[in-house]
Design a protein around this ligand. Structure first.
Ligand code: ARG
Length: 461
């Protein structure tokens, strides 16, 4: 494709450089946003008397035609074009002649690309939040079904104290709710229009930046023209929000991977969401969750790419910034893929309650409650802790549990023990005694579920 800036040059650009420089293979996906921005720009130019109204009408009609043809596939992007902005403008001029050449008045690709990315990311954030909301609803449903499913809670991956599966799932609900908040916040902060900043120093034309901002649904124009074209902090913020979201999905995935193992057997994935082995006939592998865990590294890499790309750049635009798009697009694509797969995988996953319960019955997760029993009978906690520790050691040596240890043994360790100790250390007692706010008792979880649902209700997309 012929270069629009060819005037200053006496030679064609080297083919390798042209290919190296070109971004259309990845910024082509912003064509809708590019055209939308150009329509707003042309409208404003005409309203301000900068270009003739008739020309603006031709430009807008031409752009709409290009949009329709790109949508339908009748028009293909020229892979040798420098970028999507050049391609659309050249195609417009090809279609409508001289009027097309007026479109770029009072505009630079620098404010144009900054605009396109913002518009594109704004749309994508809305899309991601929709997927996230669906996942949140799936999780709440899952939690509601398992308010009585006792499982061991872990620290150091060692059985620690009893919780319910609902409580465990709700922990992720809160994490994901914060992720949604970060995404919403990012979208809100980026919702300012860079158009009119020009290459870096605005323009001498009497443009109306408020109008273009309004036409494009922004809350206003970016205040400083240098800032408008040279920062990509909004890409970093989004990559950060997505990295955290992915990190949450990755931790959850790691748990599901463990839970699927024969060692745990807490859940079983639906056959549609698991894969087999090419050699070992017995295998049913949780590939989806492993891929999510793997892709999380990739999205964190995208964040690192963006920060590193920006950190040494003098103001204003530098071509390094063209590297923003592949990174942030990749982060978006991966996060969307993960959300789309994770949600139905969870919705169809079988929860093996009996195995959770059996695991909760082992591992002395009621030892704290046994110590608390003595505290309630007047013993200082440290002494109670020590006595319980010796009882646990005794159980381990005799292959017993606290539930099956005979009362004489308890009483030999401390005379404060009585028959009611068995009731006090029963799993249900241990669980439902944990009535502190945010705890795993049925009552506390019911309250938590109400709060989570209310928070989800409040999400405005
Ligand atoms: N393709 C370029 C980018 O993505 C558009 C801006 C080009 N501006 C320039 N001065 N070369 O950053």
């Amino acid at each position: 494709m012929a270069k629009m800036w060819a005037g200053r040059f006496s030679k064609e650009v080297d083919e390798t450089v042209n290919a190296f420089n070109s971004s259309i293979s990845f910024d082509g996906r912003m064509y809708r946003q590019d055209i939308r921005g150009s329509i707003a720009h042309a409208t404003m130019l005409s309203d301000c008397g900068i270009i003739p109204k008739g020309d603006a009408e031709q430009i807008i009609a031409g752009l709409k035609g290009i949009l329709a043809d790109l949508d339908s596939g009748d028009l293909l992007m020229d892979p040798t074009a420098e970028d999507i902005h050049m391609f659309v403008e050249a195609e417009l001029t090809k279609r409508i002649g001289d009027a097309g050449k007026r479109l770029h008045t009072a505009r630079s690709r620098n404010d144009q690309v900054a605009l396109d990315i913002r518009l594109y990311l704004r749309d994508e954030i809305a899309e991601i939040r929709k997927l996230l909301l669906a996942l949140l609803n799936t999780l709440v449903k899952l939690a509601e079904q398992h308010t009585e499913t006792i499982m061991p809670g872990y620290t150091h991956l060692q059985r620690a104290q009893p919780v319910t599966f609902a409580h465990h799932i709700l922990a992720y609900v809160w994490m994901l709710l914060r992720d949604d908040g970060r995404l919403a916040d990012t979208a809100k902060r980026m919702n300012l229009c860079p158009l009119g900043a020009g290459a870096l120093a605005g323009t001498t034309y009497p443009i109306n930046r408020k109008q273009t901002a309004e036409l494009l649904g922004f809350s206003g124009p970016v205040q400083n023209s240098l800032d408008a074209v040279s920062d990509r902090d909004f890409c970093v913020e989004l990559a950060n929000a997505l990295s955290l979201l992915m990190t949450h999905l990755s931790r959850f995935s790691e748990e599901i991977i463990l839970w699927c193992s024969w060692e745990f057997k807490f859940v079983e994935l639906d056959d549609a969401y698991a894969t087999g082995s090419s050699i070992m006939p017995q295998k049913k592998n949780p590939d989806v969750t492993e891929l999510i865990r793997g892709k999380t590294g990739r999205v964190i890499g995208d964040l690192t790419t963006l920060l590193t790309m920006l950190k040494g750049l003098p103001l204003a635009y530098n071509k390094d910034m063209q590297e923003d798009k592949e990174a942030i697009f990749d982060a978006i694509d991966q996060a969307k893929l993960c959300l789309k797969t994770f949600d139905p995988m969870l919705a169809t996953m079988r929860v093996l309650k009996e195995n959770m319960r059996a695991a909760a019955a082992k591992g002395f997760i009621n030892a704290t409650d046994c110590a608390d029993y003595l505290v309630k009978k007047g013993l200082p906690f440290r002494d109670a802790y020590k006595i319980t520790g010796t009882l646990v050691a005794e159980c381990i040596s005799q292959n017993l549990t606290l539930e099956t240890l005979p009362l004489e043994k308890y009483q030999a360790a401390c005379p404060l023990f009585a028959e009611d100790v068995y009731e006090a250390i029963a799993l249900e007692t241990c669980l439902n005694g944990r009535i502190s706010e945010g705890g795993p008792s049925a009552e506390a979880v019911a309250q938590q579920l109400r709060a989570a649902k209310a928070a989800i209700e409040e999400i405005r997309l």
